[in-house]
Design a protein around this ligand. Structure first.
Ligand code: ZN
Length: 199
């Protein structure tokens, strides 16, 4: 009997803690500047359908990191290195702050990949929110592939850019070798998978 009371009390306590977390969750994510865009499309505390729809772990993982601000865009890198928000410009087009919205909807350097997956001509915050909060299987599939390809291509472009500044020939050769291995062992098979899925 005493054991039954203890289990009931524990379950009640656990339920109360969960309720309290869910009640405080909107205020806590609204107070985090790194989640500026996340709060625009994540309104309720619930499981996201894209996690069940995207079967490829790497692609799904890229989407999750992108949504939660755990990426290598300048808005996040600049936060870590103490650069002013206005100075965290996109290194590929140098025209605007490199946010999730910029790379997904605006950056001219991503226009080819964008037209392949999103089929949208004019960037707007409403379209951005509608893509990120969509429950449509096709939209979520294309969006995840776009995010994956986008970040992979951007990372490669930036790494090649950095390589030009390495003066030591041996170090440069070593970096090229590591990049070559990464591209052909990890990245290229995934990109090929993404394109095969699209056909
Ligand atoms: Zn850009």
């Amino acid at each position: 009997m005493q054991e039954f009371i203890l289990i009931s009390y524990f379950n009640l306590f656990k339920a109360r803690l969960c309720d309290q977390f869910v009640q405080e969750w909107p205020a806590s994510i609204n107070s985090m500047s790194k989640l500026n865009y996340y709060v625009k499309y994540k309104k309720t505390f619930k499981f996201e359908p894209y996690l069940n729809i995207i079967s490829n772990y790497m692609i799904s993982n890229y989407s999750t990191c992108f949504r939660q601000g755990s990426h290598r865009l300048e808005i996040e890198l600049g936060r870590m290195t103490g650069i002013d928000r206005e100075s965290r410009l996109c290194k590929l087009c140098n025209s605007n702050v490199e946010t999730e919205y910029h790379v997904l909807m605006c950056c001219p350097k991503d226009s080819n990949i964008r037209s392949k997956y999103l089929h949208t001509a004019w960037p707007s915050i409403n379209k951005f929110v509608s893509f990120m909060s969509s429950k449509n299987v096709n939209v979520l599939n294309n969006l995840s592939k776009f995010i994956f390809e986008l970040q992979t291509v951007r990372d490669l472009a930036l790494q090649l850019f950095v390589l030009m500044f390495i003066r030591n020939f041996g170090v440069r050769l070593y970096c090229i070798f590591v990049l070559f291995v990464c591209v052909f062992i990890f990245i290229f098979p995934q990109l090929r998978f993404v394109n095969l899925q699209k056909k």
